[in-house]
Design a protein around this ligand. Structure first.
Ligand code: NAI
Length: 388
């Protein structure tokens, strides 16, 4: 029989992770302190499973076994039989500490304790445990049942056995598990920052408007959504906060500096789709915004944003946040980039990327554009990230 999996927090992420574990054949105990949230999670799962059934993605037997595999509980004491508990509650260190402190007394000594945090360090969360070698980050993406990537983040305290068990388990759930160092933003939320930040900067300088930048990144770059459409989709409040937290966590490295423009949009309540207006107007009678489809301008925009994204991907390898394959998998499976950034860098030519960055650094005199030392070294030695 498969292990029992516990999940604390039945919100957006917890409910999705519960579905993933149940679909993988586990018995799942989903806990939330709020009964209404548990009821909502149960009702939502029923809707999702009915959709999957009508699309013939699952059989009615599978539907009933998934539904009956999840037990909804209000109290953490029901988690005693679990071999893994994934916490997906509010993003607050003090509250997470109190949950983990109490949880370690409920579960067995061998139970793995995981957190789905996006922005807190795994080391800090694990510090309250008597045995911190069992803490690990298991970072799913939203929506968890659909997004293939899961970042696996051992803390400095985590044992190798816990890492191996979790990598195997998440792989068995049909997910792409990528190992990642316990650093701000992990892989995706770190490497993706210039997609938003540099697009905002290009707009602020008056080089192009939102629609033109989005057009360049989608039509010429092959990205599924342009940066401004995506920021509106994520929400300017959420996207700004992630940038700000990565910027602060990196001791104010200018590469991650948040944008005043986005701050003003957030302050104005122009949050994006959810507020009816963001960078674009989502009201019914809004006039469609037209891009200036100038190929030279579009290529300049794409080249600039891509050079910064690649520089960030190289930095993640240089600082051993993850492997070359890990970084490329993370960006293609976690945020649907059309190509791995390091593979893309090889195709464009590392020398060309270095030249673009040096040109930007010379033009602006800002540290934001400094080329990564690994990129310089690889150009000097005529190396590629993948075999030529
Ligand atoms: P949410 O606000 O949708 O759900 C949180 C749930 O936790 C709520 O139902 C709340 O009642 C419950 N809760 C709060 N304190 C609790 C406690 N002490 N005991 C039991 N239940 C408690 O939050 P969401 O978006 O699901 O995020 C959860 C975690 O996942 C956060 O750490 C977040 O940073 C992370 N995350 C969120 C992503 C997203 O796109 N929303 C993506 C990846 C990670």
């Amino acid at each position: 029989m498969k292990e029992v999996i516990g999940i604390i927090g039945a919100g957006t992420m917890g409910a999705g992770i519960a579905q993933v574990a149940a679909q993988a054949g586990h018995q799942v105990i989903l806990v939330d302190q709020n009964q209404a949230q548990l009821d909502l999670a149960k009702a939502n799962l029923e809707i999702i499973l009915n959709k999957l059934l009508s699309k013939e993605k699952i059989t009615s037997d599978q539907k009933s076994s998934i539904s009956s595999a999840i037990q909804y509980e209000i109290n953490n004491t029901s988690l005693a039989s679990c071999s893994l508990v994934i916490e997906a509650i509010v993003e607050n260190l003090t509250i997470k500490h109190s949950v983990f402190s109490a949880l370690q007394e409920i579960v067995s000594d061998t139970c793995i304790l995981a957190t789905n945090t996006s922005s807190l360090s795994i080391a800090s969360i694990g510090s309250v445990l008597k045995n911190p070698s069992r803490i690990i980050g298991i970072h799913f993406f939203n929506p968890a049942p659909l997004m293939p990537l899961v970042e696996i983040i051992p803390a400095v305290q985590t044992s190798q056995k816990v890492i191996d068990n979790v990598m195997t388990l998440i792989g068995a759930w049909g997910k792409t598990a990528v190992l990642c160092k316990d650093t701000p933003g992990f892989i995706v939320n770190r490497v993706a920052r210039p997609f938003y930040g540099e697009a905002l900067r290009i707009f602020e300088e008056g080089i192009a408007d939102f629609a033109t930048i989005d057009w360049a990144m989608t039509t010429l770059g092959g990205f599924k959504m342009g940066p401004f459409t995506l920021m509106d989709y994520i929400g300017n409040d959420i996207n700004y906060t992630v940038t700000e937290s990565v910027f602060e966590a990196f001791y104010y490295d200018p590469r991650f500096k948040p944008s005043l423009t986005q701050m003003r949009y957030k302050e104005a309540g122009y949050l994006g789709r959810k507020s009816g207006k963001g960078f674009y107007d989502y009201s019914e009678n809004a006039a469609p915004t037209k891009a200036k489809e100038d190929i030279d301008l579009g290529q300049e925009i794409l080249d600039r944003i891509l050079a910064l994204l690649i520089n960030e991907a190289v930095d993640a390898v240089f600082m051993q946040v993850s492997s070359v394959e890990g970084v490329d998998l993370a960006m293609t499976k976690g945020v649907n980039y059309p190509k791995g950034l390091l593979k893309w860098a090889d195709e464009i030519g590392l020398n060309e990327i270095l030249l673009r960055l040096e040109d930007l650094q010379l033009t602006y005199g800002e540290d934001r554009y400094r080329p990564n030392p690994l990129l310089r070294k690889m150009v000097k030695e005529n190396l590629n990230f993948y075999p030529k």
